[in-house]
Design a binder for this molecule. Structure first.
Ligand code: SAM
Length: 326
């Protein structure tokens, strides 16, 4: 990967590869849940809320006919959102082989009923490390993309400066001028604030736990070393792997170096409060059932799940330059 990389030598590099592998193996090993297992998940409402947030981003920024690049696409949980937005073409990339296989199955339809109702857009799925590989070499026939999405995954690039730069270089190289980059990732301000509020090196509640190593015992994070700040994230029924703090102001500055300008950044709580005011999104929330109103025995997000959602933010960046004339 090109650019930067001023922190650590060969040993650090191979450590990073091991960490990336651990993340990939963790997600690869997570098998598809049955509908019943999903509904019984202790974080079912959080999952629904996350889906609502991603749907709002897609509905706000995707246009019919768009070419979509879904970085760290996982099992293809967003395919339906892109279908509803009537996009024209979809490329999904993920490091986890198991997830790409599941995504392929979901795209092709894994039941007779689904098979009859195919997605309306052609798709290409690729297994690759989005933060190490020069994706433009793979995707020269597919680019440029109108919109790039990286949901709940950008922070896996922040283990080294070189990886963070490769992630942004890929996005910038593949988006058309005026193209949009939408995403969600942990909110470093909230995570560091929570860490400093506790005596211990870990914090959490009944559904999540974040643990920092003793090397951060002073709870100081010098601006001169903004990459590779690792913590362990455990989220019941979802995640159990190393993650990296992404100081958002540095993410914004680095993105600017790659011609990606910030359009929007909102913590999930602010995002929910703002977009829930819009009738069409309030209606979608009702249909997804993330925030039941307690009537007719409808369950709703628990306080602990709501606390987890505060750990995340949504962002939108735009690639500099005028869109090509029609
Ligand atoms: N974007 C999907 C979604 O919102 O449902 C999946 C999110 S899941 C929390 C994080 C995903 O990031 C996993 O599928 C994982 O395999 C992927 N990932 C992590 N590091 C990656 C990398 N270096 N390159 C590509 N994908 C990566």
């Amino acid at each position: 990967p090109g650019g930067g990389g001023g922190y650590g030598g060969q040993q650090a590099y191979s450590e990073e590869r091991k960490s990336a592998r651990r993340v990939a193996d963790h997600y690869s090993a997570r098998s598809n849940q049955t509908l019943e297992e999903r509904e019984n998940s202790p974080i079912i409402h959080l999952k629904k809320l996350n889906n609502w947030i991603k749907s709002v981003l897609v509905q706000l920024y995707a246009r019919p006919g768009d070419c979509v690049l879904d970085l760290a696409c996982g099992k293809g949980g967003d395919l339906i959102k892109w279908d509803k937005a009537k996009v024209g073409y979809y490329v999904g990339v993920d490091i986890a082989e198991g997830s790409i296989k599941d995504c392929m199955t979901r795209y092709n339809g894994d039941t007779d009923q689904q098979r009859r109702k195919k997605f309306s857009f052609p798709a290409r799925l690729i297994c690759a490390d989005c933060y190490e590989t020069r994706l433009d070499e793979y995707l020269s026939d597919d680019a440029p993309f109108d919109i790039c999405s990286c949901q709940f995954a950008m922070h896996y690039s922040w283990s080294t400066e070189a990886r963070a730069r490769q992630a942004l270089a890929n996005i910038s190289a593949l988006l058309r001028p005026g193209g949009t980059f939408i995403g969600t990732m942990p909110d470093a301000n909230v995570i560091i604030k929570r860490l400093r509020e506790t005596e211990a090196m870990e914090f959490g509640n009944s559904v999540y736990c974040i643990t920092f190593g003793e090397e951060y015992a002073e709870k100081k994070f010098p601006a001169s070393r903004p990459f590779g700040i690792k913590y362990k994230f455990h989220l019941e029924d979802a995640v159990d792997c190393p993650e990296w703090v992404v100081p958002f102001h540095l993410f914004k500055l680095l993105a600017e170096e790659y011609d990606l300008e910030l359009v929007l950044m909102k913590n999930f709580h602010e995002f929910v409060n703002e977009y829930l005011q819009k009738p069409e999104f309030a209606d979608l929330m009702r249909r997804l059932g993330a925030l039941g109103d307690g009537r007719q025995g409808q369950s709703t997000l628990s306080q602990d799940e709501w606390e987890v959602s505060y750990l995340y933010l949504a962002f939108v960046l735009r690639k500099r330059g005028p869109p090509p004339s029609q």
